[in-house]
Design a protein around this ligand. Structure first.
Ligand SMILES: NC(=O)c1ccc[n+]([C@@H]2O[C@H](COP(=O)([O-])OP(=O)(O)OC[C@H]3O[C@@H](n4cnc5c(N)ncnc54)[C@H](OP(=O)(O)O)[C@@H]3O)[C@@H](O)[C@H]2O)c1
Length: 237
C-alpha cells in the first residue's frame, strides 16, 4: 500500500501502542484519524504528527459508544476522502479473580476489547473494500496463553482472535487484509499503577508500530494474517 495516499484510523491512539502506530503512519505520509477518550493526549499527538509533516484528525470519544465508532469512521472518510487502514488497538484489562470480578468490569472489558472492534470494523468495511484495505487487531498472547486472575481479559482477546480470523476469511477476496498482532509484554501504561521496575526487557510500542508499517508495505499478494511478538528474553518468573 502506498501509505502517502492512505487514510488510517487508529483507536487508543492517545498513549502506548496506538500512539506509536499513529505516529509511524503519520511519518509515512498517511492521514491519521486518532481516537481515544482523553482529548489532551490526542491534541499532543496531532501536534507531533503535524510537526513531522503529516495530517491528522482527533476524534475524542469512548469506543464503547456506538455513536463514537460510527462517527469516527464517518469523520475519517469525510475529512480524508476514504479509509484504507483500520487499527483496532484500544483495549483494557483488569486483575481480579473471577469471584471478585464485578459485572461492570466484565462489561467494560468485553465492550472495549470486543464489541467496539466489531462495530468499528462493520462501519469501516464498505470503505476498506472500495480501494483495498487492511485491518489490524492488536490482540495479546493472553488470547492463547491463559493467565490466572485475568479471565475477562483473556476471554476478550481469545474472542478477538477468532473474530479476526473469521473476518480474514470473509473479506480476503474482497480486497481487505486482516492481521492479528498478538504481543507479549509491551512497555506502556497498560499495567497502570504497578509498572515493572526494569522494563528494558519488554517490547516497545515502536516495535509493534514498525511491524504494522512493514506489513502495510509488504507485497500486495502476500498476507501475514497472524503474528505473535514477544520479548526475546522475558524476565524469569
Ligand atoms: N502493554 C502490553 O503489555 C500489551 C500486551 C499485549 C497486548 N496489549 C494490547 O495492546 C493494546 C494497547 O495497549 P497499550 O499497552 O498501548 O495500553 P495503554 O498504554 O493503556 O493505552 C491504551 C489506549 O487506549 C485508549 N482507550 C482505552 N479505553 C478506551 C475506550 N473505551 N475508548 C477509547 N479509547 C480507549 C486509552 O486512552 P484513554 O484512556 O484516554 O481513552 C489509551 O490511549 C490493548 O488492546 C492491549 O490489550 C498490550
Amino acid at each position: 500500500m502506498d501509505l502517502s495516499e492512505a487514510s488510517a484510523l487508529v483507536t487508543g491512539a492517545g498513549r502506548g501502542i496506538g500512539r506509536a502506530v499513529a505516529l509511524a503512519l503519520g511519518r509515512k505520509g498517511a492521514s491519521v484519524t486518532a481516537v481515544s477518550r482523553t482529548a489532551a493526549d490526542l491534541d499532543s499527538l496531532l501536534g507531533e504528527i503535524e510537526a513531522s509533516g503529516g495530517r491528522g484528525l482527533a476524534f475524542a470519544g469512548d469506543v464503547r459508544d456506538a455513536s463514537v465508532t460510527d462517527g469516527a469512521v464517518a469523520a475519517a472518510v469525510d475529512r480524508f476522502g476514504g479509509l484504507q487502514v483500520l487499527v483496532n488497538n484500544a483495549g483494557v484489562g483488569a486483575f481480579a479473580n473471577v469471584e471478585d470480578t464485578r459485572d461492570e468490569d466484565w462489561d467494560r472489558i468485553i465492550a472495549t476489547n470486543l464489541t467496539a472492534v466489531f462495530r468499528l470494523t462493520r462501519a469501516a468495511l464498505p470503505h476498506l473494500m472500495r480501494r483495498g484495505g487492511h485491518v489490524f487487531m492488536i490482540s495479546s498472547l493472553a488470547g492463547v496463553n491463559p493467565i490466572a486472575g485475568m479471565a475477562a481479559y483473556c476471554a476478550s482477546k481469545a474472542g478477538l482472535d477468532h473474530f479476526s480470523a473469521s473476518l480474514m476469511l470473509e473479506v480476503r477476496h474482497r480486497g481487505v487484509k486482516v492481521t492479528t498482532i498478538a504481543p507479549g509484554s509491551v512497555d506502556t501504561s497498560f499495567r497502570g499503577a504497578a509498572p515493572a521496575a526494569d522494563t528494558s526487557w519488554m517490547l516497545t510500542p515502536e516495535d509493534i508500530a514498525g511491524t504494522v508499517i512493514d506489513l502495510l508495505e509488504a507485497r500486495d499478494a502476500a498476507h501475514l494474517s497472524r503474528l505473535e511478538m514477544r520479548p526475546a528474553r522475558p524476565q524469569k518468573r
